[in-house]
Design a protein around this ligand. Structure first.
Ligand code: ADP
Ligand code: MG
Length: 318
């Protein structure tokens, strides 16, 4: 199969059509028409076989997740998804794989109204790179750099599920089938908090998506904003599955250091707390207050009201 036949069969005229796309796949460039009064938000993520996913990862999940992780970056900025390009490197033309991969990709693309407007296809080790473009009203993007002392810290969803899902794939634990299904699903099909991110505009002072684990990612906000934080470990949201499969200590370690949850962590001034409750209720997302921004540059924890130093080194696979 020739390159353009492959593109035609699996990627052309599929998924979301958008009126703001003037020219899509087929020319040297795509042309889009941004809405007036909006800035374009751009991000890209690369997934390399053997580094970011196992060779036997179901192709449908890989297609879905490749887009979902990019959408999560838009969510963290409060941007609305619009267009994407796909750079695909494949060792061979495996039509079964391409069919499932593209179905997964377009499932996410349709749900979040993203149009595929171009890309690049090459032979090489399996690797997926998506560049996502979104739009955000001028001056309204949620940045990492504006958290203030006294702001409250919130997270969406539950934390640590994806990392335990990954450990199940590695064979580190055996767990009951209903928990296994849930945890693998959280690892394979993360939910980018796109609507939640948009509804935080004008209310949250800063935001980030949790891709590398809470401890690591909140560090980016603290550094960019020149502040510290105190997190109440008792408030960290942990799913029934995670709580049922490992000890309390391990569950906390997963939740604080496990990667790939793709939940949002954001900071909110006291004056906007009521508005945040309403906004996120409308976005249909669970969220919880886990701590507060403070002066300094340290990340501190409390447990049962007392200062607490998590010992993550006790868990060898972290
Ligand atoms: P060029 O040589 O000008 O870079 P290509 O021959 O690589 O263009 O690609 C032809 C068209 O197909 C372009 O519009 C490109 O954006 C699109 N395209 C190539 N690969 C993909 C892909 N994996 N997904 C979507 N569009 C693609
Ligand atoms: Mg060209």
């Amino acid at each position: 199969m020739k390159e353009f036949q492959l593109i035609e069969k699996y990627f052309l005229n599929r998924g979301q059509k958008r009126r703001d796309v003037l020219l899509d796949i087929g020319d040297d460039c795509a042309l889009v028409e941004p809405a007036s009064g909006k800035s374009i938000a751009i991000s890209c993520d690369t997934l390399v076989e053997g580094v970011h996913f196992f060779a036997d990862m179901p192709a449908h999940a890989l297609g879905y997740k490749s887009l979902a992780v990019n959408l999560s970056d838009l969510a963290a900025m409060g941007a609305e998804p619009a267009w994407m390009t796909l750079a695909l490197s494949l060792p061979n033309v495996d039509e079964q794989w391409l069919s499932e991969f593209s179905n997964g990709l377009f499932e996410a693309a349709e749900y979040y109204q993203v149009a595929l407007i171009g890309g690049d296809t090459t032979r090489g080790p399996r690797c997926i790179n998506i560049t996502i473009n979104g739009q955000v009203p001028k001056g309204k993007a949620l940045k990492r750099s504006a958290a203030k002392v006294g702001d409250w810290i919130y997270v969406t969803g539950t934390l640590g599920d994806s990392a335990l899902g990954l450990d199940l794939l590695r064979g580190v634990y055996q767990v009951a089938p209903q928990f296994k299904d849930y945890l693998l699903n959280r690892h394979y099909y993360p939910t980018p908090r796109v609507l939640a991110g948009q509804s935080l505009r004008g209310l949250a002072s800063s935001a980030i998506d949790l891709s590398d684990g809470l401890v690591s990612d909140i560090g980016h906000i603290l550094k960019a904003s020149n502040v510290g934080a105190v997190i109440d470990a008792n408030q960290i949201p942990i799913s029934t599955a995670l709580a049922s499969c490992v000890s309390e200590e391990q569950a906390l370690a997963y939740a604080l250091t496990g990667g790939e949850d793709y939940e949002l962590l954001f900071t909110v001034p006291e004056s906007e707390r009521g508005a945040i409750d309403t906004a996120l209720l409308h976005a249909g997302v669970k969220f919880v207050k886990i701590g507060q921004i403070c002066a300094g540059d340290k990340l501190k924890f409390t447990l049962d009201g007392k200062p607490f130093t998590p010992d993550f080194k006790g868990f060898e696979h972290f």
